[in-house]
Design a protein around this ligand. Structure first.
Ligand SMILES: [Zn+2]
Ligand SMILES: [Zn+2]
Length: 348
């Protein structure tokens, strides 16, 4: 069921610059400690409430192509010159009965201009910590956002505005990447506006590190070696591959950092749930939501045995979601097909 907040947000056209402006204002309002009070009566709006007082100094009204940002009585009462200062920066407004100031904002740039104006006049919290987004703001980040960010950085892409890392590295396909840049670039892509260094922190116990690790990205201290980067982690793997380079390449390919989580997220987004593409087992229906998804593994499918070469970049379309049983059977078939082509398994 859609919450009042979702109903307000749904007023904005999807992927419109005004939607990003709305998200930007809400992310910063939560970071600054405001409570959100959604109203869905005539006009859909979110009131921003001061944490310790039941008064709403601002409100954000959603329309399809813009948001109206209101400076309301409580803030204008506390800052007597704020109304005139707003007129000087954003232009005059038709007076309403409450004497409020209203500004039309159409994109993130205009939203940031309003926040910068309010900070300058001490009408919005301006300490650095007030720009640190709450964890819920980062919920739209998916495995595919993290993977795209990591791939771009690994290919030599810019780390701006994050720069190099000082203490930690993300290990990604033989490269070391700055964790803040990986997470920050993924967040910018997911949220639709530029996420800056002040918007989140990095380091042990932080949300950004937890999320990177949950999606399969190892993070180590600088100079520290990778823990267990050998993709052949189980006895089953060793016996199955027998050191055959093509089979080892297969395992390495489908276990590339971040791939499995990106594939699962993409599959879930397309089908609404995870299930086995071969036998259609629905593990969540059988074992429950908490543990069922652990049954679904990611298999690299599209490469024919004869094309299993090194240096091939894996796309999500090359991957398939299989239950653990089907994955094992598929691997046996793959090995049998490989041996039938005459390729010799190298003895261990
Ligand atoms: Zn299956
Ligand atoms: Zn496989």
């Amino acid at each position: 069921m859609a919450s009042d907040f979702d109903l307000v947000r749904a007023t904005l056209s999807d992927a419109h610059p005004a939607q990003a402006a709305f998200d930007y204002l809400i992310a910063h309002a939560l970071a600054a400690g405001f409570m959100l009070v959604p109203r869905t009566s005539e006009v859909r709006s979110i009131e921003l409430q001061w944490p310790n007082r039941k008064r709403n100094p601002f409100s954000v009204q959603a329309h399809s192509g813009h948001v109206n940002f209101y400076l309301r009585r409580p803030i204008l009462g506390e800052h007597p010159d704020l109304f005139d200062a707003a007129v000087a920066v954003f232009g005059p407004v038709r007076a309403n009965s409450l004497g409020e100031y209203r500004s039309h904002l159409h994109d993130v740039e205009e939203a940031e201009k309003m926040l910068a104006f309010l900070r300058t006049h001490s009408a919005w919290p301006s300490h650095r910590h007030a720009q640190r987004f709450v964890a819920a703001t980062f919920e739209p980040i998916r495995g595919a956002h993290l993977l795209a960010a990591a791939e771009r950085l690994a290919a030599g892409g810019s780390t701006d505005p994050f720069g190099p890392s000082s203490d930690y590295d993300v290990l990604f396909n033989g490269k070391r990447l700055p964790p803040k840049a990986v997470f920050g670039h993924a967040a910018s892509a997911a949220l639709g506006f530029l996420v800056r260094p002040a918007n989140f922190s990095a380091g042990e116990t932080t949300f950004s590190f937890r999320m990177l690790r949950a999606h399969g990205y190892p993070i180590v201290r600088k100079g520290e070696r990778a823990p267990g980067t050998d993709p052949l982690v189980s006895d089953e793997d060793r016996v199955w591959s027998e050191g055959n380079t093509r089979l080892v390449t297969h395992l390495r390919r489908e276990r590339g950092t971040g791939l499995a989580s990106a594939k699962r997220d993409a599959f879930r987004a397309e089908h609404g749930r995870l299930y086995c593409e071969r036998c259609e087992l629905d593990p969540v229906a059988i074992y429950g939501a908490d543990v069922g998804e652990a049954c679904i593994e990611v298999h690299h499918r599209d490469t024919h045995v004869s094309e299993m070469q090194e240096g091939h970049r894996t796309r999500l379309d090359d991957l398939q979601c299989l239950c653990a049983n089907c994955h094992r059977v598929t691997h046996r078939e793959l090995k049998a097909a490989l041996l039938a082509t005459g390729a010799q398994a190298v003895p261990p």
